[in-house]
Design a protein around this ligand. Structure first.
Ligand SMILES: Cc1cc2nc3c(=O)[nH]c(=O)nc-3n(C[C@H](O)[C@H](O)[C@H](O)COP(=O)(O)OP(=O)(O)OC[C@H]3O[C@@H](n4cnc5c(N)ncnc54)[C@H](O)[C@@H]3O)c2cc1C
Length: 401
């Protein structure tokens, strides 16, 4: 079998697998390379709760992925944001914006299984797994040389276009010599599944304190997904709490809005860093998703943004022609610039607004919350959170492929 491809996607995580599915039917020779063995999901498909923006739900439905979810997703129909020691609060209802929901909550592991089930139906995508990306070589006859390795050793694949969808520590990005700007939030997010006296009713509860944010997301399985931010140097101690003390801590942070918290699943911890690539294209190469920008998860934007990267690239690859042409890559950069800039600013701003404990910033944070109550600002915020920002890919608008 030929090891020359139009598009070689490095990384079969959330964004890479979605891109492979979106490229189906384009008449391109597509390959998907993943380091994890074929009989297991990549580690990123774990117990984290992903909030899919409405635009993401539209696109994943058009791509036939939402239909493959075994557990039902949890629709977010209302958002309630409040701050400890502050009378201001923001309450948003999707119905006020003529929408059935702002987004849907899906467990990453379920999503990984759904992507895999859909990929199995599209055997035209060539899979290389387990196989590791090692490095990039020259361009020969319009094909970028790509060094890869598996148990049999190293060899070279060729592609018109190499897509780096290989996550925060992207090897493709390094091989292209693209530098990054990083910021350590000195915060760790703890994530778990919670059972409460009151089953979720579609409300996402978000509560900010000087120690960090806490959110309860309504899952589709009558549980909540909790996201609890703690200062990085306290993460070990909070992880070590027994279940009763952990539940008490969460109850204190979130209050009684969702009733008494009764039980918790295992906790996972994610130290938070922002990593932004200074460029997202190179010769016959492009970076998508976390490889291009890893942002604070609080705004629940990372995958939503990465999917829009993937769908925009898929649209540009729809007409026939050289998949790695310079003009195509420049068009990609242009089309992604606005959404990328705004979403990074939104997520970074939200993280700063909610995690900085400096007392002098307190009034500013309150004002920030108040500002979100002004209708114009609110609808901007809602539009962004739902994923309709910048030059929106067609599938996000609910237009079938
Ligand atoms: C706690 C938490 C909660 C989050 N919640 C949300 C949310 O609610 N909404 C949202 O939109 N986003 C959320 N995110 C962000 C989301 O998880 C990321 O944006 C998403 O995982 C990025 O996908 P990706 O495909 O770019 O990278 P990844 O998912 O990291 O995938 C990279 C893939 O590349 C593979 N790989 C790496 N190196 C190599 C190599 N050398 N060779 C071959 N394969 C390789 C890896 O095995 C992996 O499968 C959250 C993140 C966290 C940490």
């Amino acid at each position: 079998m030929s090891e020359r491809h139009d598009v070689l996607i490095v990384g079969g995580g959330l964004v890479g697998a979605s891109l492979a599915i979106a490229l189906h039917g384009h008449g391109r020779d597509v390959a998907l390379l993943e380091a994890t063995a074929g009989d297991s999901l990549p580690a990123v498909f774990d117990q984290r709760n992903l909030s899919f923006a409405a635009a993401t739900v539209n696109a994943l439905t058009a791509l036939g992925v939402m239909q493959k979810l075994v557990s039902p997703p949890g629709p977010i129909t209302r958002i309630h944001v409040s701050r400890a020691g502050d009378f201001g609060r923001v309450q948003l209802a999707a119905a006020d914006y003529d929408r059935p929901y702002f987004g849907q909550v899906v467990v990453a592991r379920d999503f990984g299984n759904a992507l895999e089930a859909r990929l199995q139906e599209l055997p035209v995508v060539r899979r290389y797994r387990p196989m590791r990306f090692v490095g990039l070589g020259e361009v020969v006859d319009g094909y970028r040389q790509v060094r890869v390795a598996d148990a049999d050793g190293e060899r070279t694949l060729q592609a018109r276009l190499v897509v780096g969808a290989d996550g925060t520590r992207s090897g493709v990005r390094q091989a292209l010599g693209i530098a990054v700007d990083t910021h350590d939030f000195q915060q760790t997010l703890l994530v778990a599944r919670l059972r409460s006296q009151r089953a979720p009713d579609g409300t996402a509860w978000e509560r900010f304190t000087d120690n960090g944010p806490t959110a309860l997301l309504p899952r589709g399985d009558r549980h909540y997904g909790v996201v609890h931010g703690v200062p990085g140097d306290q993460a070990e101690a909070v992880l070590a709490l027994d279940d009763a003390a952990w539940l008490q801590r969460l109850q204190q942070a979130i209050g009684w809005r969702a009733g008494r918290l009764l039980g918790s699943g295992p906790r996972s911890a994610y130290p938070l860093r922002q990593v932004l690539a200074q460029d997202v294209v190179g010769q016959r190469a492009v970076l998508l998703g976390n490889a291009a920008q890893t942002i604070h998860p609080l705004g629940a934007q990372g995958f939503n943004l990465g999917l829009r990267d993937a769908l925009t690239l898929a649209e540009l690859l729809e007409p026939a022609g050289d998949a790695g042409a310079d003009a195509l890559l420049q068009a990609y950069v242009q089309r992604r610039a606005e959404d990328r800039r705004q979403t990074i600013a939104f997520s970074g701003g939200l993280a700063r607004l909610t995690s900085n404990a400096a007392p002098l910033l307190r009034p500013l944070r309150s004002l920030g919350l108040l500002a979100t109550q002004a209708p114009a600002v609110q609808s901007l915020l809602v539009g962004g959170a739902m994923g309709f920002r910048g030059d929106v890919p067609r599938l996000c608008r609910g237009v079938a492929a």
